[in-house]
Write a protein that binds this ligand. Structure first.
Ligand code: NAD
Length: 496
């Protein structure tokens, strides 16, 4: 585990010398003292990134050359996926197979953006047809500059990859600030960048607290682009900070995503996808389908089967074989979620399953997978993000009713629909006010496809070509090609 920050290609102790505890959520043991970066370290990191962008080779080399570094990073992540996965489990709590899957996805993300960097060489400019034949115009795409990335704790290395890979592919340099709850794999990524010989200053990693390291990064005048993933309140602060210097900003925020299940669905498939949609990663997934809407006639049978299957989920330390549900990430998050469940109960919700610490598991931030019913549509638990393995389930009368209930939210990240009627699925998919829609499934995520939300779930899209565009400026170059004089002032009679 790394002891220092990675700034300007070197491992540097934080200027103020501070550290913070890294806690294993399954054992509650402190497993590491991570370096606590502050304003001074952010200052050094931004300066290094600025210098690397303004004068260094990175933005000036071909896409093919940049791709070779990204591919090398991808290969190392893949080769070390078990070890990095274990580190992620110690940091975040998720079951090891999920963590290893994240490592494969992170490696895939670097390989994918290596491909897009190469494609930029193949298509260095684009002609823009104009309405006036005396002119010609083309568009070139250039890296936006120095990017600041601030990320959450639910997919530590994967969320870093979603930002670092496209930014580097585009030719940007970056300062990355991981979550203080899960700093370990971001520092490993810095080590991998060092190992592949990434030029100094191209990727800088500063771990630390949000107010101490994240805030000065978001406010720094030398940052051209801010890419943030996290909660709505922090996203709002980041946007306000970006406003002062008119920084380009992209935000991936929270959600309370609906899953509409019609009565003609196969019960086994419905139960499986509902469970995957809310229990995967302990429900600590921005796109988790945490509001399940079930057609009235199907509701009793589905609820009974869902409760029965949920009771079989094996809860435990993510490093133990067969564990399907690990602990929540931290004590703070654990206490918050228990308080939310208590509030739901006091406001009239029924706990159909779970809602408490599993019997016999006194240590670790473990929570039973939880199914809530009978909550009011205007209740807190139905409307606010819980970010835990807690699902709210409600019956609906008909398609219109389901769409209205699904869209009645300040969030719009994801939505899912299940039915054997394909036309109905397509209709409902179009009616959802959400950036990501799944038909007959919930959660599958592909590096090639756009990711991001409507409404308060964010601004902009990550992944795919949209992810690369986040880090590119668009420049038009227009030329006057005519032999004739323009003549506005000198030959007024020739005015166009
Ligand atoms: P958070 O907003 O508390 O923290 C996110 C990051 O912001 C952390 O690195 C934190 O240190 C930093 N931060 C905190 N205060 C800051 C400040 N004042 N200025 C700058 N940075 C600051 O979120 P979290 O609890 O880490 O993550 C959970 C949230 O993230 C959930 O709401 C979830 O839905 C969302 N999320 C969204 C996506 C998506 O793609 N839309 C993906 C994962 C998580």
């Amino acid at each position: 585990m790394k002891q220092n920050l990675f700034i300007d290609g070197q491992w540097q102790a934080p200027v103020r010398g501070g550290t913070f505890d890294v806690v294993d959520p399954a054992t509650e043991l402190v497993i590491h003292q991570a370096p606590a970066g502050t304003t001074e370290d952010i200052e050094k990191a931004v300066k290094a990134a600025r210098h690397a962008f303004d004068t260094g080779p990175w933005p000036r080399m071909s896409g093919r050359e940049r791709a070779s570094y990204l591919r090398a990073i991808s290969q190392i992540i893949l080769a070390r996926k078990q070890e990095l996965g274990r580190l992620e489990v110690l940091d975040n709590g998720k079951p090891l197979p999920e963590a290893v899957w994240d490592m494969e996805d992170a490696a895939g993300c670097f390989a994918y953006y290596a491909g897009l960097a190469e494609e930029m060489d193949a298509k260095p400019e684009e002609t823009v047809p104009l309405s006036d034949a005396r002119f010609s115009s083309k568009v070139v795409r250039e890296p936006i500059g120095v990017a600041g990335a601030i990320i959450p704790w639910n997919y530590p290395l994967l969320m870093a990859s979603w930002k670092v890979a496209p930014a580097l592919a585009a030719g940007c340099t970056m300062v990355l600030k991981p979550s203080e709850l899960t700093p370990l794999t971001a520092l490993e990524l810095a080590g991998i960048a060092e190992e592949v010989g990434l030029p100094a200053g191209v990727l800088n990693v500063v771990t630390g607290m949000g107010p101490d390291a994240g805030k000065p990064l978001s406010e720094h005048p030398q940052i051209d682009k801010l890419a943030f993933t996290g909660s709505v309140p922090t996203g709002s602060r980041i946007m306000a900070a970006a406003a002062r210097d008119i920084k380009n900003v992209s935000l991936e925020l929270g959600g309370k995503s609906p899953f509409v299940v019609f009565a003609d669905s196969d019960i086994e498939k419905a139960v499986e996808w509902i469970m995957f949609g809310i229990f995967w990663n302990q429900g600590q997934v921005c796109s988790a389908t945490s509001r399940v809407l079930v057609e009235e006639s199907f509701y009793p049978a589905l609820l009974e089967r869902l409760v029965g299957e949920t009771a079989k989920i094996r809860i435990g330390n993510g490093l133990v074989d067969g564990t399907l549900l690990g602990p929540l990430v931290s004590k703070g998050q654990y206490d918050k979620v228990l308080a939310m469940i208590e509030r739901a109960r006091s406001e009239g919700a029924t706990i159909a399953y779970g809602g408490k610490r599993p019997v016999g598991m006194e240590t670790g931030f473990f929570l039973e997978p939880t199914i809530l019913t009978d909550m009011a549509e205007d209740s807190f638990i139905w409307r606010e993000e819980i970010f835990a393995p807690v699902v709210c389930i409600k019956p609906f009368k008909n398609e219109d009713d389901a769409i209205r209930m699904a869209n009645d939210s300040r969030f719009g990240l994801a939505a899912a629909v299940m039915s054997k009627d394909r036309k109905r699925c397509e209709r409902v998919a179009r009616a959802f006010r959400a950036g990501i829609v799944w038909i007959n499934c919930s959660q599958p995520t592909f590096t090639e496809a756009p990711w991001g939300g409507y409404k308060q779930s964010g601004i902009g899209r990550e992944l795919g070509i949209w992810g690369l565009n986040n880090y590119l400026e668009v420049k038009q170059i227009t030329s006057f090609d005519s032999e004739d004089a323009w003549g506005w002032y000198l030959k007024p009679d020739d005015r166009p």
